[in-house]
Design a protein around this ligand. Structure first.
Ligand code: PBG
Length: 326
């Protein structure tokens, strides 16, 4: 064969493959989600997320230390609360002496160099298990913003570097920005969950927090998985309202959305490699059906290749080990 073009030439040795490699993961790409629970010296594994634990604050600090040693410097914190601390208006969410805000302060006190991203949404604190205030089976948008604003302020006061509204109420980014600026928290950044889909892949996360909705689903606020143009509207609003980062969630089955936002916006794009995506790979690997380590690295690389600058992933620690040992 007289072939002029032979793409295989660039695959013939490890060194050449390395030379032409377009996408490279780095430990600094990752944000590790962490689950905090009440108690002392306790940790409990999330059954549907092998290798992932809820930690009491004291043990969570050890976990943060381990991560920092590996080069993972940014953490997205979520609380697991007993039912007794939940109510209709998620009032525990802005209790400065509550588990969550105390833990934020503890992390920042001990590790000022760590970047703490807090979560703004009512569901972990809501007796209805929804991200907004429920009235007659409906999720109220504007009254929810007031609660979200209180959460944002309390989190900023506790030392959050980034706040992450994950609720999908309309107008929340602008509302939160205004509340923060009025109280002189201009330097606290907002990572907006911009294109957050009503996904089946959040199941294990809701196990971790015991936060599944008590009735109905989240389809009146989270996006329809069938839509991509709508993601542009959400991203545009979040950009206009002052978001510093735009997030796509989930990640692995939404690579087209990551690319779409990356092509159309100049802010860094984040992608949330969610609990169900983690669980799928772990489950298949445990059964010996796939090579879990390779599937992990391939997935994370694909998310970055699609255009994500920041990857929130439960694999952060494991991937860091891989990257260090390479
Ligand atoms: C809710 C929230 C969810 C996740 C992060 N914040 C779940 C939901 O919308 O019910 C999911 C993260 C994951 O699955 O890893 N505010």
């Amino acid at each position: 064969m007289n072939l002029i073009r032979r793409p295989r030439r660039s695959r013939q040795s490890a060194a050449i493959r390395d030379m032409v490699q377009e996408t490279r993961l780095s430990v600094s790409d990752f944000i590790l989600p962490l689950f905090v629970m009440e108690g002392q010296n306790v940790r409990s594994e999330v059954v549907s997320m092998p290798g992932i634990h809820r930690f009491s604050t004291d043990l969570l600090l050890d976990e943060v230390q381990e991560c920092l040693d590996l080069g993972v410097k940014t953490f997205a914190l979520f609380p697991n609360l007993p039912e007794s601390k939940k109510d209709k208006y998620a009032t525990e969410s802005y209790n400065p002496d509550g588990l969550y805000l105390q833990t934020v302060r503890a992390i920042k006190d001990r590790f000022p160099e760590a970047v703490v991203m807090t979560d703004i949404a009512m569901d972990p604190y809501s007796s209805d298990g929804h991200d907004g205030i429920v009235e007659n089976g409906k999720i109220l948008n504007d009254p929810t913003l007031e609660v979200l604003g209180k959460m944002a302020l309390a989190q900023a006061q506790a030392g959050a570097d980034i706040v992450g509204p994950s609720d999908m109420m309309d107008g929340r980014v602008g509302y939160i920005r205004q509340v923060l600026d009025q109280k002189n928290f201009q330097d606290v950044a907002i990572m907006a969950y911009s294109a957050k889909y009503a996904s089946a892949f959040y199941g294990p996360f809701r196990d971790a927090l015991d936060s599944a909705p008590k009735f109905g689903d989240k389809k009146t606020y989270q996006m329809n998985p069938a839509n991509s143009r709508e993601a542009l509207i959400e991203a545009q609003l979040d950009y206009a309202e002052g978001a510093d980062y735009l997030m796509v969630k989930p990640a692995m089955v939404y690579l087209d959305i990551i690319k779409l936002l990356n092509d159309n916006f100049h802010l860094p794009i984040a992608a949330y490699n969610v609990s169900g995506e983690y669980a799928m790979i772990k489950a298949a690997a445990r059964n010996g059906w796939i090579d879990g380590e390779r599937a992990m690295m391939e997935s994370l690389t694909a998310i970055k290749r699609a255009g994500a600058t920041i990857i929130l992933t439960y694999f952060a620690k494991e991937a860091a080990h891989q990257l260090i040992n390479k």
